[in-house]
Write a new protein. Structure first.
Ligand code: ADP
Ligand code: 5GP
Length: 210
């Protein structure tokens, strides 16, 4: 069995990443969603260990010192980081692991592991982004403004991603994302183990014929 694909999914806050990931995991097998650590406070309904592991700054710093993260970044006044152990364990078990992380983090992961698939999720327009952020109703108008400013900055990095995924219709977008990930499993680079095995089998058959 080949290792799973490591997929970093980024996109503007409010683009619909969380919604898409839930849909992907409920419709398809073989995925694991990495749960990040963060120093931000939980939103209503968020539970420790489900959406995030909620940490104090001191706890987060200790995890950095212990080298427990694949990557971490500061985003709008808080730290966010990807714990390493779960990701490695799930990849080895053949599952595709999704990291829902912002751009600096995604690019850092790609540097460490060049076979990481980078997906950027965006709504079809800026107007729709603002509508979704307001509609979600979880942030104050000031926080929404700072997230829209951040989105303008982040759009500069979109060209560094492998695929741009436009989240207009949720179902269509989910299937498109699943298709991209499945196709990535079949790249020659990802199938290096299989290639080696069949080359060996063919050589052995050649030898027995001689
Ligand atoms: P993110 O995780 O990227 O910050 P969310 O998943 O919280 O974004 O989505 C932001 C808001 O947009 C939510 O209220 C969600 O219900 C809504 N939303 C997500 N995807 C779609 C879509 N395809 N069409 C319309 N609304 C959507
Ligand atoms: P939110 O506060 O809306 O849950 O997340 C804010 C941003 O942090 C989002 O862009 C989200 O994808 C990103 N994020 C979540 N977890 C991580 C992580 O472990 N590392 C990095 N670099 N970004 C993360």
């Amino acid at each position: 069995m080949s290792e799973g694909i490591l997929v970093a999914v980024s996109g503007f806050s409010g683009a619909g990443k969380g919604t898409l990931m839930k849909e992907l995991l409920s419709r398809h097998e073989g995925y694991a969603l990495s749960v990040s650590a963060t120093t931000r406070t939980p939103r209503p309904g968020e539970k420790n260990g489900v959406e995030y592991f909620f940490k104090t700054e001191e706890e987060f710093r200790r995890m950095i010192e212990e080298d427990a993260f694949i990557e971490y970044a500061r985003y709008v006044d808080h730290y966010y980081g990807t714990p390493k152990a779960y990701v490695e364990e799930q990849l080895a078990a053949g599952r595709n692991v999704i990291l829902e992380i912002e751009i600096q983090g995604a690019l850092a992961v790609k540097q460490k592991r060049p076979d990481t698939l980078l997906l950027f999720v965006t709504p079809p327009s800026a107007e729709e982004l603002e509508r979704r952020l307001i509609g979600r109703g979880t942030e104050t108008p000031e926080v929404i403004r700072s997230r829209l400013d951040r989105a303008a900055e982040e759009s500069a990095a979109m060209g560094q991603y492998d695929y741009i995924v436009i989240n207009d219709d949720l179902r269509r977008c989910t299937e498109e994302m699943h298709g991209i990930i499945q196709a990535s499993r079949q790249t020659a680079a990802h199938q290096a183990g299989f290639i080696e095995q069949i080359q060996k089998e063919l050589r052995e058959r050649e030898e027995t014929r001689e």
